[in-house]
Design a protein around this ligand. Structure first.
Ligand SMILES: C[S@@+](CC[C@H](N)C(=O)[O-])C[C@H]1O[C@@H](n2cnc3c(N)ncnc32)[C@H](O)[C@@H]1O
Length: 246
C-alpha cells in the first residue's frame, strides 16, 4: 500500500513511523510511506504557505495553491479513484470500520492542516473524503494522519505477526476484547483465571467472548446497541444487569 502525506511538518513523522510495526511494514515493502513538505510547492522566495483570513479574525489560513499543487503532484501517477483525505475535526469520525475500508485501497493521500485550517477551495477542488479522529481540536493534522496510518496498516495482510489478530481485537466485531494475562500465574495475590491455564480451546474461546461482553457492558454499553449477539449472549447481558441491581 502507498500512502502520501502532505504536511508542513514532515519531521514530526520521524519516530512513530520508523519504529515497531510501522518500520516492519515499510521494511517488508508492505507500506510505501511518502512524506511531502507542502512548502516545496510554494512559489515565492520565502516559501509562504499561509496567509491572513478573508473577513478578519485571528489565526492564519493555509494557502490553497501549494496544497493543490502538492495533491496534483502526488496524484500524477495515481489510479483515478485514489482517496484524497483531509484531516479535519469536521470530518466523519474515524473508527475500526473506516480503518478497514481505507486498508482496502492500494493508495491513500492524507492532507494535514495547520493554524486555523486550509483555504476551503482545497476541499472543494481536490478532497474526496474528510476524517476526524475525535470530537476535539488538535493543533495540526499530523497526529491524526499518524493515528490513521497506524490503524490502517494493521489491516494489511502480513503486517501483524498473526494476521487474524486484527480481527480479534476490540471493535472488530462490535464489542471490546476481554482481558489478557501472561506469566507468572500468580502476581501479588492475583491469579490467572483457571480456564486459561487448563488449555481447553473451546472453553477458552467461550470465556474470552463472555469477558469481552462483560468489558463492553462495563465500559462501553453504547456499543451493545449495534452488536450482533446470540440469544445466549443477550441472556448473559441480562445476568450482568441483574448483578448490578443486587
Ligand atoms: C487548529 S485545527 C483547525 C480547526 C478549525 N479551525 C475548525 O474549527 O474546524 C488545525 C488543523 O488540525 C487538524 N485537526 C484538528 N483537529 C482534528 C481532528 N479532531 N481530527 C483530524 N484533524 C484535526 C486539521 O488538519 C486542522 O486543519
Amino acid at each position: 500500500m502507498r500512502i502520501d502525506v502532505l504536511t508542513l511538518f514532515p519531521a514530526m513523522f520521524q519516530g512513530p513511523m520508523t519504529e515497531s510495526m510501522l518500520w516492519k511494514a515499510r521494511d517488508r515493502k508492505l507500506l510505501d510511506l511518502r512524506l511531502h513538505d507542502i512548502r516545496d510547492f510554494t512559489t515565492d522566495k520565502h516559501r509562504t504557505a499561509d496567509d491572513i483570513p478573508y473577513g478578519g479574525g485571528g489565526g492564519m489560513i493555509m494557502k490553497a495553491e501549494p496544497v493543490v499543487s502538492a495533491v496534483e503532484s502526488v496524484l500524477a501517477d495515481a489510479a483515478p479513484a485514489t482517496p484524497v483525505i483531509l484531516m479535519t475535526p469536521q470530518g466523519r469520525v474515524f473508527s475500526h470500520r473506516i480503518a478497514k475500508e481505507l486498508a482496502a485501497h492500494e493508495h491513500l493521500v492524507l492532507v494535514c492542516g495547520r493554524y486555523e485550517g486550509i483555504d476551503d477551495r482545497v476541499r472543494q477542488l481536490v478532497i474526496t473524503d474528510e476524517i476526524s479522529i475525535g470530537d476535539y481540536v488538535l493543533t495540526g493534522g499530523e497526529l491524526a494522519a499518524m493515528v490513521i496510518i497506524d490503524a490502517v496498516v494493521r489491516h494489511i495482510p502480513g503486517v501483524l505477526g498473526a494476521f487474524w489478530a486484527a480481527d480479534e481485537d476490540s471493535h472488530a466485531d462490535g464489542i471490546l476484547e476481554g482481558p489478557h494475562y501472561t506469566r507468572p500465574p500468580v502476581f501479588r495475590g492475583l491469579e490467572v483465571p483457571t480456564v486459561l491455564q487448563q488449555g481447553d480451546h473451546g472453553k477458552i474461546q467461550q470465556w474470552r467472548r463472555e469477558q469481552g461482553l462483560r468489558r463492553t457492558w462495563e465500559n462501553r454499553p453504547d456499543l451493545l446497541l449495534r452488536a450482533k449477539l446470540t440469544e445466549d449472549e443477550k441472556y448473559l447481558l441480562a445476568r450482568f444487569a441483574d448483578e448490578m441491581v443486587k
